[in-house]
Design a protein around this ligand. Structure first.
Ligand code: UGA
Length: 464
């Protein structure tokens, strides 16, 4: 189903018999790689263009440089079926392409604005090599107004190529699944046939397609990420209040989420949001609003609360160890910014560990897949191969990423390895009964601290 906010005909049948023509995807990063592989898997001939030859060499061996479920298998399959071609030459990649997707990075500048230099460079060089009926598409996340501004770069040899924007909504750790089952496909552009051509690429996907103007499409992308970040910061403030008044944030979140106008998703209280998207996009949206004279207070509050959440957590660890972290062994379970990925960009783990180490703690950390990416950020931190090795001799066990393997730990076994039985769960992900029954004091977020039965009558030590 195609919803069209900009064009007269809301229904466009894009499930034609003809397979879409060749597509060039520029940028073999997270978005570009997943998009290229998934489009190729649907039977479209895709060329994936990148300037990084080492990355291309790795990809040619069927290995994705990121940890993403199903991606390696699909990559190997589309290479073998001849549907994906890896290119380091723009002319070669763009020649004969009916659509060119720009999926290069938009990293934050020091003031939070998105750096669009890679988008401009990739677009300019692709336009120079494109045919007269090629549709250019911005897949990178760009601030509102960018696509309209970039139109001037689409003139070549006296002609102007259509430019659309098609933001992506993939989540790390479930990117292939999200590509195949998105809540919707959003396309922004002023040229209706060009937008339809882009929509045809997603014809095999059972999702509504919203076609609108480019600036609205850009704002939908930022709006989704910013709104989800607001939800997380909101529940974290509620969690803080729960600790003050003795309520349970999980029950409160269930109650809030049961109202279908709110929904339970992204009401997980804990260490807050990290990753390469939410922190960057919230700041970039704030900057875009400022540029137009608007002070978007809500966004600033969400960022502030998110930062506070990390320091509140370290303070909680400190209280659990009676205020002194000097020389105390802290076992940190989880380094990735969320489970299912080896990405540690803006991860809570980095801030928390640095802070603990600044307070004199002896930190040993582990993660199922993110140890080597985290080691680049934390050169002084010891890494353990697994959770049981990590907790050996620990004065406190700290959960930073809610990997399923940490939920499934044998807490009786952990109890035999640690020096002191204290768990501080930054993601509210453990089975509290299992932890407490193994003799641990269990501190979590927005819930009362639980102590093992033998110590339940002891004078209360305020640690949460
Ligand atoms: C996010 C969006 O969810 C995607 O739709 C979007 O396409 C992507 O950004 C992007 O712009 O590329 P992602 O960064 O992969 O995806 O991660 P999320 O699953 O959204 O989680 C973001 C952060 O919020 C993580 O640190 C996670 O631990 C935290 N979070 C999430 C919470 O603290 N509580 C929750 O209830 C949910």
């Amino acid at each position: 189903m195609i919803r069209s906010a900009a064009f007269a005909s809301p229904k466009i049948n894009c499930v034609g018999n003809a397979r879409p023509g060749p597509v060039c995807v520029t940028g073999a990063g997270y978005v570009g790689l997943v998009t290229a592989v998934c489009l190729a898997d649907s039977g479209i001939e895709v060329r994936l263009l990148d300037i990084d030859r080492d990355r291309l060499a790795l990809l040619a061996r069927g290995r994705a440089p990121i940890h993403e479920p199903m991606l390696d298998e699909l990559l190997a399959s589309v290479l073998e079926r001849g549907l994906l071609r890896l290119c380091d030459d723009t002319a070669d990649a763009v020649r004969g392409a009916t659509v060119v997707m720009i999926a290069v990075g938009t990293p934050p500048l020091s003031d939070g604005r998105a750096d669009l230099s890679q988008v401009r460079a990739a677009l300019t060089s692709a336009v120079a090599c494109a045919g007269s009926d090629t549709v250019m598409v911005i897949k990178s996340t760009v601030p509102p107004g960018t696509t309209v501004n970039l139109r001037r770069l689409c003139r070549h040899d006296g002609r102007s190529l259509p430019l659309a924007v098609c933001p992506e909504f993939l989540s790390e750790g479930s990117a292939v699944k999200d590509f195949r089952q998105p809540p919707q496909v959003v396309i922004g552009g002023d040229d209706a046939p060009a937008c339809r051509r882009v929509a045809e690429l997603f014809a095999h996907i059972n999702a509504p397609v919203l076609i609108t103007d480019p600036t609205s499409a850009e704002l939908i992308k930022y709006g989704v990420n910013a709104f989800l970040a607001l939800k997380i910061s909101f529940i974290n403030e509620i969690a803080h209040l729960c600790e003050l008044v003795g309520a349970d944030v999980e029950t409160v979140a269930d109650g809030l989420g049961a109202d279908s106008r709110i929904g339970r998703a992204f009401l997980g209280a804990g260490l807050g949001f990290g990753g390469s998207c939410f922190p960057k996009d919230v700041r970039a949206l704030d900057q875009a609003a400022s540029y137009h004279g608007q002070t978007f207070e809500l966004l600033r509050a969400a960022v502030e609360i998110n930062a506070q959440q990390r320091s509140r957590f370290v303070a909680k660890v400190q209280r659990a160890l009676r205020g002194n972290l000097h020389g105390r062994r802290i076992a940190v379970l989880g380094l990735a910014f969320k489970p299912g990925t080896d990405d540690v960009r803006q991860a809570a783990s980095i801030d928390v560990i640095r802070h603990l180490e600044d307070l004199g703690a002896d930190v040993v950390a582990t993660d199922p897949v993110a140890r080597s990416t985290a080691a680049l950020e934390l050169p002084a931190t010891r890494m353990a191969a697994d959770a049981y090795e990590c907790v050996r001799g620990a004065d406190a066990v700290v959960i930073v990423t809610e990997w399923p393997e940490y939920r499934a730990l044998d807490w009786q076994r952990v109890a035999g390895l640690v020096r002191r039985r204290i768990v501080i769960d930054g993601r509210n992900c453990l089975d509290a009964d299992a932890v407490v029954n193994a003799g641990f004091t269990y501190v979590s977020t927005g819930r009362p601290t639980r102590r093992p039965a033998a110590t339940a009558q002891a004078p209360r030590q305020r640690i949460a």
